[in-house]
Design a binder for this molecule. Structure first.
Ligand code: PLP
Length: 422
């Protein structure tokens, strides 16, 4: 029992909450000893991963993250999370979650189709539809599930998917699940897409799918042009706004809104897990599209809904988008200035246009070394390596948050110049 007053709940607007663990995490059972023969291949596979410089450590975070994060006991200025608007550790979300958990219980208990869809989910879906100015929305336990399930629900064998070569893994897996023919077009190359669609044989249905803000490169899809091409070929257009939700557009709904091409985008995917500081994904659009997904999207039908507390926290974040538009404006203005400063200093920065600023490194080991040098100076800026990026295109990626101060950005820029300029 915690009797020490450590659980003092909510002390005020954004005041840190203290919460003590009852006991330290139990030690895992010993992992020493040889792998059983049927699993011996794992040892060999890991050896290859290690030789390629691609081993990934499991870091452990302590406490709440915001401007700073404590990883493996080291406090660093946090340029590694997707907490773009600073809502991840915001007590207003925690309060909303807590209230919903008290009213509705913690677990959702079942798939949304059965009994998992609570009033909090219902309110959240209405809030998402309102934010995107579309008739309907459906939420998924994760953005990954939203992409994978939606693609497989829209197309199948005998259909054609045209997918940007840098699309997120969840889109790639959705394409595989769909078992449709997949045509990969070069990154953001609308003319190539146009040619591919013109040359494609007859397909039952065609789906063009793209990220809006590419999470690894920081680049932005030419959405209006993609919508025009999709329209010319009678194709459905699906846009994943995972990293743009909350950040772009006057209302904060994303880059589709900012590009003014909502009428040409049929399937709008977003996440509640990044700028909105909660968890889950959504698909929004025509009411019949959403009704279809409730009948055909397997990750929605056969997976437990996310807890009502999560839905309530995400709903609160959407309310905050409406009353704190300055967060996204300030974030994007600071990101543009930061990027310009790096370019002026001669760093190779991807042609990015938002809050994700990748500095091109080259080899995986080089990117890891730069990330290590930045950590030694107090910055968490992760190295991004294959398979997240193509071989030879490893980078360090600074994800900016509204929490960062001008001084954080000045100091990080100077550190990048010292360590990443070749
Ligand atoms: C472009 C893109 N889409 C979808 C996802 C998956 O979202 P989630 O983390 O909510 O599962 C991610 C996650 O990083 C992403 O970058």
């Amino acid at each position: 029992m915690n009797r020490g007053g450590g659980d003092r709940s909510f002390i005020g607007h954004n005041a840190p909450m203290t919460c003590r663990l009852e006991s330290p995490a139990p030690a895992p059972p010993s992992t020493a000893g040889p792998l059983p023969a049927p699993l011996a291949w794992i040892g060999e596979s890991f050896a290859a991963v290690r030789r390629a410089g691609l081993e990934r450590p499991q870091r452990v975070r302590s406490g709440r993250q915001g401007r700073e994060v404590e990883l493996d006991g080291r406090r660093l200025v946090n340029f590694g999370s997707n907490d773009y608007l600073g809502y991840c550790g915001d007590v207003r979300l925690t309060k909303a979650a807590s209230k919903a958990a008290c009213a509705e219980g913690f677990g959702a208990g079942a798939s949304p189709l059965v009994s998992g869809h609570s009033q909090a989910h219902e309110r959240l879906e209405a809030a998402i539809a309102n934010l995107l100015a579309v008739p309907a929305a459906v939420t998924f336990p994760s953005g990954f599930a939203a992409n994978a399930a939606t693609i497989a629900a829209l197309v199948g064998p005998g259909d054609l998917i045209a997918s940007d070569e840098r699309n997120h893994a969840s889109i790639i897996d959705g394409c595989r699940l769909a078992r449709a023919e997949v045509a990969i077009y070069p990154h953001r190359d609308v003319a190539a897409l146009d040619r591919m669609l013109a040359a494609a044989g007859p397909a039952r249905r065609t789906l063009v799918v793209t990220d809006s803000l590419f999470s690894m490169d920081g680049t932005i899809a030419p959405l209006a042009d993609l919508a025009a091409v999709a329209d010319r070929h009678g194709a459905m257009l699906m846009v994943d706004e995972a990293h743009a939700t909350g950040v772009f557009g006057d209302r904060g709904s994303g880059l589709v809104e900012a590009a003014g091409c909502a009428a040409g985008v049929h399937v709008r995917v977003g996440t509640l897990s990044k700028a909105l500081g909660a968890a889950g994904g959504f698909v929004a659009g025509h009411a019949e599209l959403v009704r279809w997904l409730r009948h055909a999207a397997r990750a929605w039908i056969f997976s437990t809904a996310h807890p009502p507390a999560v839905a309530a926290a995400a709903g609160r974040a959407i309310e905050l988008l409406g009353v704190e538009p300055e967060r996204r404006r300030e974030l994007l203005a600071r990101a543009a200035a930061f990027r310009d400063r790096l370019v002026a200093e001669g760093l190779e920065v991807a042609a990015c246009g938002g809050q994700i600023v990748p500095v091109v490194g080259g080899g995986a080991e080089q990117a890891v070394a730069v990330a290590g040098e930045l950590a030694a100076e107090g910055f968490f800026v992760p190295a991004i390596r294959p398979p997240s990026v193509p071989p030879g295109k490893s980078l360090v990626r600074a994800s900016l948050s509204w929490h960062h101060t001008p001084d954080d950005l000045t100091r990080l820029a100077a550190a990048l110049v010292r360590h990443a300029r070749r």
